[in-house]
Design a protein. Structure first.
Length: 588
């Protein structure tokens, strides 16, 4: 009986130990699970690698603890050409009652994060080309073709957005009556050409380049017409020459000439009277326009205004007087000289009464020239042997040369003006006091120099010898030294796959992350609007303590639970084994 009580007591002790263990371990676990809200939450981050081709690896550490290991991975966001270690990219997030502000969560960092931690594709900012139209003296429409085109009037513009770092053109079609006077661009790398009426734009990223086309309206053009009118005795054929307006001839076949498309300027037209045929006389000039004209004998000057048309008439008369002589004084020295007289009667000329003439030599070159003489008396005397000029001479620097060598000459005396002749030389002639020539064939050559119609030969004659053939060298040819064979350069081992060093946090993999085949394009300079979880004001970078038990405490309870379970089960087993033995002994 006592054994049965002992067995029962052991059984009951084991049972209560088991129940107590379950209540002490399961309850905290349940409370912990309720407090934590399930398994630990994770956050996606870009973990810095050591590879410039894949600078970041996608990892998902837990928010409550593993992120802390990545927070110490300091450094800037990776960029091409970086020479220092770069840091992780972690977005801001909140967890329980705390928050994390993020790491490297800049525009550049978000570009990587939003592109799956791959290097983002940067699209350069486009440029803009602009053409502007300016007119002077009027308004009109101007057509442009090319990379920027359109039809523009004064003050209007046209523009086009283009890719940077490229060259673009725009060309104007200049209409009649206009002149393209200038093309100016506000960028030193862009130019304009008025001959081709083309502007060339060289645009950089984000740049706007404007080229201004300035056109000036042409002035209205005028014309001048010259007519010929003849009078007097009838004649069937006639012709008169004119200078000015390019020169022309008026005749019985063409009695007028018109010069069109003339701008504002002064134009002079003159009738040539030097070839006037006997019987013709010049009658005068009349102009039918009220413009500013000036007539001078057989010439007219016309100040042509804008769009003005002027007509001037030149008149000539013909008289057939070959059978009737014109009587008059034909002496030009007479007071009554008649230029049209064809016959001079005796005593027709009249002269002023003069004092007695002053006789003497009137030749300035004579030895006895008299500047006061009014009548020559043939008394001039001259030197029989006038002083000669300095004697002309030729000097040769070296009369013996080889083929291809220069021969140099110097002339002295004469009148200071010299002309050289060197047959078969190069050159074969020349001027000046010094002269040089070269002969390409061996032989003897004569060179002469002239001055003031005096010619002298350069003495001695030039002797040109063939160029001597060089004597070949008798020195032995050196034996070439063999070049040593080059030692092959060993091929370096391939660079090992970069591994994570230091505290990588979260136990994330260090295998390089393979970038997406189609990364999301990011426009440079564009703002990136992140969508982070709301932040709690005043949060610190250290991860907050959570409301539930730590994992170390949970591990401790688990170990205690297992030990208590094993103790209770052992006591139950001992109690059950002792109970049947006690019952049998009682039955006995």
């Amino acid at each position: 009986m006592q054994n049965i009580r002992i067995s029962k007591s052991k059984f009951l002790v084991g049972f209560f130990v088991l129940i107590f263990t379950l209540s002490m371990t399961v309850q905290p676990l349940v409370l912990s699970t309720l407090a934590v809200g399930g398994p630990p939450e994770t956050v996606t981050i870009c973990h810095a690698s050591a590879s410039n081709s894949n600078p970041y690896i996608v990892q998902n550490p837990s928010k409550d603890g593993d992120v802390g290991g990545h927070d110490i991975h300091n450094g800037p966001v990776w960029f091409d050409g970086i020479t220092e270690e770069w840091g992780d990219i972690i977005p801001p997030f909140s967890y329980d009652d705390g928050s994390y502000p993020g790491k490297n969560w800049t525009t550049e960092g978000q570009a990587f994060y939003n592109n799956g931690c791959n290097i983002p594709t940067i699209t350069p900012e486009p440029g803009t080309i602009v053409i502007e139209k300016v007119t002077v003296g009027g308004d009109g429409s101007f057509t442009f073709t090319g990379d920027v085109s359109g039809v523009l009037s004064n003050g209007q513009t046209a523009s086009e957005e283009v890719d940077p770092d490229a060259s673009y053109t725009s060309t104007e079609s200049v209409p009649d009556g206009w002149t393209l006077t200038s093309i100016s661009c506000d960028d030193e790398n862009s130019t304009g050409n008025t001959e081709s009426a083309t502007a060339t734009f060289n645009v950089e990223e984000g740049e706007t380049v404007t080229c201004t086309f300035t056109n000036t309206k042409d002035a209205d053009l005028g014309s001048i017409t010259i007519e010929k009118e003849v009078g007097g005795d009838e004649i069937s054929e006639w012709a008169f020459d004119f200078t000015g307006l390019g020169g022309f001839t008026l005749s019985n076949l063409l009695s007028s000439f018109t010069s069109n498309d003339l701008g504002q300027d002064t134009y002079t037209v003159t009738e040539d009277l030097s070839n006037l045929v006997d019987g013709w006389s010049f009658g005068g000039i009349t102009c039918n326009d009220g413009s500013d004209v000036e007539v001078t004998e057989n010439s007219v000057s016309i100040n042509l205004g804008e769009g003005e048309n002027v007509t001037c008439t030149f008149t000539n008369s013909f008289s057939d007087s070959s059978d009737d002589p014109v009587l008059g004084c034909m002496d030009p020295e007479a007071n009554n000289y008649d230029s049209e007289a064809t016959q001079q009667p005796e005593g027709a000329c009249e002269y002023d009464e003069e004092d007695d003439p002053i006789l003497g030599c009137m030749d300035p070159e004579a030895n006895n020239y008299n500047p006061d003489a009014t009548q020559s008396n043939d008394s001039c005397t001259y030197d029989e042997n006038p002083p000669a000029q300095d004697q002309l001479a030729c000097q040769v620097e070296d009369a013996s040369v080889n083929v291809g060598e220069s021969v140099n000459f110097t002339a002295t005396g004469g009148n200071g003006s010299y002309s050289w002749s060197a047959p078969n030389g190069t050159p074969d002639n020349g001027t000046g006091s010094s002269f040089s020539t070269v002969y390409s064939v061996a032989g003897s050559y004569l060179v002469t120099v002239s001055s003031n119609e005096v010619v002298v030969e350069c003495d001695p004659d030039i002797s040109v010898a063939a160029t001597p053939t060089p004597t070949p060298s008798t020195e032995p040819t050196p034996t070439p030294i063999p070049t040593p064979e080059s030692t092959p350069t060993p091929t370096p081992d391939p660079t090992p796959t970069p591994s994570c060093t230091g505290n990588c946090g979260g136990g994330g993999t260090t295998t390089p992350f393979v970038p997406n085949s189609t990364p999301t394009p990011i426009v440079q300079g564009a703002s990136v609007t992140p969508t982070p979880a709301p932040l709690v004001a005043g949060a610190m970078t250290v991860l907050p303590e959570t409301g539930g038990p730590s994992f170390a405490y949970i591990n401790f309870l688990s170990s205690l639970f297992i030990a208590s379970m094993m103790t209770g089960m052992m006591m139950l087993l001992i109690g059950y084994r002792a109970l049947p033995v006690a019952l049998l002994r009682r039955l006995d």
